[in-house]
Design a protein around this ligand. Sequence first.
Ligand code: HEC
Ligand code: HEC
Length: 212
Amino acid sequence: MVLARRTIASLALFAGVAAGCSAPTEGVARGEFLYQNCAQCHGVDGRGDTLVDAPQIAGLPAWYVTEQVQRFRGGLRGAHHYDVEGLKMRPMARTIKSAADVAFVAEYVATLPPADPATTVKGDSAKGQTAYATCAACHGADGGGNEVMKAPPLRQLEDWYIVSQLNKFKTGVRGYSPDDALGAQMRGIAGGLADEVVLNDLAAYIQTLPSP
Ligand code: HEC
Ligand code: HEC
């Protein structure tokens, strides 16, 4: 993977030289160029930065990154006035000006290998496993996600971020828009989770699922 990324980087460099050092106009090279705007928070390797509440995005598939960046751009996500973290992300998504560029940056993010996240939440993973039975229908028993259901992979996410997003769905800070059918689905699910203890248990269990 490291080699592959170096190859991509040198190809991008080569393309840049060939084109008189102008910015690449398409493909994963364009995505890498645009990603310079993202690295300050998500890290050059996409592994996130807890100091700015930016999650690991390495390991997310291109279709989901595209979907979420479009949501932030259009205000389906990150526009709620209580969404402190989403409000940081939304203006960044809006620096990407076209749907084609969103797809290129998503394609680049999808090439970044995820790291196994550190444990930061105390939960009972055995209880979490029981609670996870409801989640498996969409997110997969292995937490690998399901593109047809538009359910993202969860197994590479940090535990603090899982708890934070479940809380956002529960309180309607994410999935608030009447135009957001997928968010509404998760709101319904999260609304049925009793309390913070269950959220922590779920996050603890999801962390035991091996990253790809
Ligand atoms: C100023 C810091 C900052 C920058 C720069 C930034 N982000 Fe984010 N990003 C965040 C934060 C904070 C969140 C978490 C939002 C939340 O809690 O809902 C986030 C969330 C995301 C998510 C959602 C992840 C998920 O699992 O749903 C994606 C995808 C994403 N960012 C992609 C990008 C891309 C692509 C760029 C560059 C165009 C970018 N970000 C630039 C701070 C940033
Ligand atoms: C009916 C299908 C369905 C079920 C069941 C479901 N989810 Fe989801 N989940 C989704 C979809 C679709 C999204 C993406 C929502 C969006 O685009 O905003 C999502 C998003 C998420 C996210 C945000 C991921 C990210 O990267 O930001 C988390 C965390 C999550 N689900 C956890 C769970 C847990 C835990 C359960 C079980 C208690 C569960 N989900 C059950 C469909 C489902």
